[in-house]
Design a protein around this ligand. Sequence first.
Ligand code: THU
Length: 157
Amino acid sequence: MEQKEIHITYSQFGSVEEMNAEDRELVSESIKAMGGAYAPYSHFHVGAAVRLSNGQIVRGANQENAAFPSGLCAERTAMFAASSKYPDKDMLSIAIAGGVHGRLGSTPASPCGACRQVMAQYQTKSGKPMSIIMVADGKILKFEKVDDLLPMIFNSI
Ligand code: THU
């Protein structure tokens, strides 16, 4: 038997000003995307912005439903929209912002497991790392690839 370890590294920024211009823009788009949230049940508004290989940014926001499982997270709304509109483009990065009643929170918006699995799929499809940026007020985290949030990704079929 051998003990193995998985190491994850990520960057933490105190403000968007510390980020490069592309990431700054994506963060800003994710915050704008929160405006599209429909969250009458949780009142938690989430926005996501996906940067594509053609330079386009596609936004999405969480959509809730009285039949709870019928709603969808912001990240998957954005990724499915991006893939539907630009099926042959790669998703290079996704930024996520969220907060109660649309006010950006102080804890970075962390994607749920189902959204991580969908990110993994598009990363595998493109063969290029997709970075993930989690946005909060005064704290922004950047992970360089989906594997950092979903080690041992399932992509065996
Ligand atoms: N939500 C997202 O949009 N993204 C996540 O990664 C986690 C949760 C949404 C779903 C629901 O509308 C609300 O946040 C509360 O869970």
